[in-house]
Ligand binder design. Structure first.
Ligand SMILES: [Zn+2]
Length: 282
C-alpha cells in the first residue's frame, strides 16, 4: 500500500512537471528594427588585429543600433554616435573618423515610436560609439554589464570610455540595471543578452528569437567586421586576448547551433541582413 501511494505521488509529480513544461503562453510578439547610428572611417585597420592581418588597409565601418518590440515593451540596443556630430564631415586624417546623418528620435518617429516608450536601453559595451545618444533616453533603465559600468568610475577612464555620455545614470538620476553573466531580458527566453567579454570586461551580444526570420544574433563588438571574425583577429586595444577568442568562439557556436543570422554591428555588409527602416524583421 505504501509503495502504491508512493508510486501515485511520483506519478502526480511527473504529471505536474510535464504540465509545467508545456508552454501555456502564446509565443511573444517580437519585432526588430535596424537604425542608422553613424559611419566610421578607419585610416588603417591594423589596430583591429594584433597579428598584423590588416596592416595598411583602410576600413569603412558602420555604427548601428536596434529597436526590439516585445509585445508592448520597447528595448533599444546600443545608442550609436553622439548626435552633436550630425552634419560634421569626418576627419579623414584621424585614425578613426566618425560621422552621423540623423539621430535616433528622428528614426523612431518614422516607425511611430515615441522616445519615452523606450523603457530599457541595453548596451553591448561601454564605448562612446555605443553610448553616444543614451542620455536622450534618461527616463529609461540602462542595462549594461556590471564590469563595464565599473570602468566609468576609473580615473582616468580607459580608451573610448566617456563617462559624460551616461551622466544621468552616474548622477543617480536614472535607473540602472547592472548585468552579470547572461540575461533573459523579458523572462521568456525570446531576447537574451549573452556575456562575451574580451573587447571590454562586460561586453555582450544580443540574441533575438524572431518568429518568422528565426534567431538573430547582434554581435556588439565581440568582432568588428567579417574578416575580423574569419581570421580571429584580436584588436590590439581589446581588454583581454584570451577572453576575446573565447567569446568569438561562443558567438560562432551560438550562431551555428541555433542557425541564427549573425549581424556584426559595425560591418556594412552584415547589417543589410536586416531590413532598413521603416521595414522591420519579425
Ligand atoms: Zn564599437
Amino acid at each position: 500500500m505504501k509503495t502504491f501511494k508512493f508510486a501515485l505521488a511520483i506519478g502526480a509529480t511527473v504529471a505536474s512537471l510535464s504540465f509545467a513544461s508545456t508552454p501555456t503562453r502564446a509565443a511573444p510578439d517580437l519585432e526588430l528594427w535596424r537604425l542608422d547610428c553613424g559611419d566610421v572611417i578607419v585610416k588603417d585597420l591594423s589596430m583591429f588585429s594584433d597579428t598584423f592581418a590588416f596592416a595598411g588597409k583602410k576600413g569603412e565601418l558602420t555604427d548601428s543600433c536596434y529597436v526590439i518590440r516585445h509585445g508592448g515593451d520597447y528595448l533599444l540596443w546600443d545608442t550609436g554616435l553622439p548626435a552633436g556630430i550630425i552634419g560634421k564631415a569626418p576627419d579623414q586624417n584621424a585614425p578613426i573618423g566618425v560621422s552621423l546623418k540623423t539621430d535616433i528620435p528622428t528614426q523612431l518617429k518614422q516607425i511611430g515610436i515615441k522616445p519615452e516608450q523606450i523603457a530599457t536601453v541595453g548596451i553591448s559595451h561601454n564605448h562612446f560609439d555605443h553610448l553616444g545618444q543614451a542620455a536622450t533616453f534618461s527616463k529609461a533603465t540602462l542595462m549594461i554589464g556590471a564590469a563595464d559600468w565599473q570602468t566609468f568610475h576609473d580615473n582616468p577612464p580607459p580608451f573610448a570610455v566617456v563617462p559624460d555620455l551616461v551622466k544621468p545614470w552616474l548622477d543617480g538620476k536614472a535607473k540602472l540595471d547592472l548585468v552579470t553573466g547572461d540575461r533573459d531580458v523579458f523572462g521568456d527566453g525570446s531576447v537574451m543578452m549573452l556575456s562575451m567579454p574580451g573587447h571590454t570586461k562586460g561586453e555582450a551580444a544580443l540574441l533575438v528569437k524572431l518568429a518568422k526570420m528565426g534567431p538573430v544574433l547582434l554581435s556588439g563588438d565581440v568582432v568588428h567586421f567579417e574578416d575580423n571574425l574569419a581570421t580571429h583577429g584580436v584588436p590590439s586595444f581589446n581588454e583581454n586576448r584570451a577572453d576575446t577568442l573565447a567569446s568569438m568562439e561562443r558567438l560562432e557556436a551560438v550562431a551555428a547551433g541555433l542557425n541564427a543570422t549573425l549581424v556584426i554591428q559595425h560591418d556594412p555588409t552584415h547589417i543589410s541582413r536586416l531590413p532598413a527602416l521603416p521595414e522591420s524583421a519579425r
